[in-house]
Design a protein around this ligand. Structure first.
Ligand SMILES: Nc1ccn([C@@H]2O[C@H](COP(=O)(O)OP(=O)(O)OP(=O)(O)O)[C@@H](O)[C@H]2O)c(=O)n1
Ligand SMILES: C[C@](O)(CO)[C@H](O)COP(=O)(O)O
Length: 233
């Protein structure tokens, strides 16, 4: 299975002056934790990291530090996540017919989740990891902040990555999106807009996207728990 890791963001909401994937989480950069999960996955055979060229020297150090045994390619990022994934798709080896896309910022995803998605992708052409929403969600008027409606929670799922697709179909959806000027925050949305089916694979509650400083603190807590429970007594 081919894996693309969008890693070309800025970390604006983190308040960071550099790519948040270079920030340290328990003595390793965030990106290192994401790569360790990809390395431990049974199905991932090739990794493309989409990043801004100024980060490549750091990325190369991280790749060396985690002793990756799988082939890795660095791909130039775009100005949005959508554009970064587009660039990643163009850089896939020609034989890649299925692809998983996993945010570098979701650095707590387990190898088991990557493998669950890879296996499910043998049976369908579009999927995403997702979890049921826990909060009651309100649809709100943007200007006035008055509530418009309360969607039924049983229909609401929080989208995560990995997201997996048939490569030819996803490339076509991205081309359509570019020609129509669609701006989306995940790849499933492009599939949906093109009327293609996307199924849910059970995600992980701990698979948070490190977006703000609070997420970083929560990620550290989760990782400490995980590491201490894996130490044999
Ligand atoms: N131009 C971009 C923007 C984002 N990403 C990646 O997409 C994932 C999800 O994006 P997000 O969490 O929003 O990251 P940032 O763009 O870094 O954060 P912010 O929006 O707060 O600036 C991250 O792994 C990020 O590196 C990307 O590859 N290219
Ligand atoms: C793809 C994603 O991780 C799904 O939750 C998310 O949409 C990434 O984009 P965001 O704009 O940073 O939420």
């Amino acid at each position: 299975m081919y894996l693309l890791i969008p890693a070309a963001g800025m970390g604006r909401r983190m308040g960071s002056d550099r790519n948040k994937l270079l920030l340290t989480l328990l003595e390793k950069p965030l990106l290192a934790w994401t790569l360790l999960a990809a390395e431990a996955s049974r199905h991932i055979q090739w990794i493309g990291i989409v990043g801004q060229p100024e980060d490549w020297p750091d990325f190369k150090e991280i790749i060396a530090s985690v002793s990756l045994t799988k082939p890795v390619e660095l791909i130039q990022g775009g100005s949005t996540r959508q554009e970064s994934v587009y660039n990643g798709l163009q850089a896939l080896p020609p034989e890649a017919d299925r692809v998983l896309i996993h945010d570098g910022a979701r650095c707590l995803a387990t190898p088991e989740l990557l493998d669950r998605c890879a296996e499910a992708l043998l049976e369908c052409s579009g999927l995403i990891a997702a979890i049921p929403v826990k909060d009651t969600i309100k649809v709100v008027e943007p200007q006035t902040h008055w509530i418009n409606s309360t969607p039924e929670r049983q229909f609401l799922w929080a989208a995560q990555t990995p997201q997996g697709f048939d490569v030819a179909q996803l490339k076509q959806c991205h081309e359509t999106g570019r020609s129509q000027g669609w701006e989306v925050t995940d790849d499933a949305a492009l599939f949906e807009k093109c009327n293609l089916p996307v199924r849910i694979v059970p995600g992980e509650e701990t698979n948070l996207k490190v977006t703000t400083p609070v997420d970083l603190a929560i990620a550290e807590f989760i990782l400490r728990q995980r590491l201490s429970s894996s130490i044999p007594t």
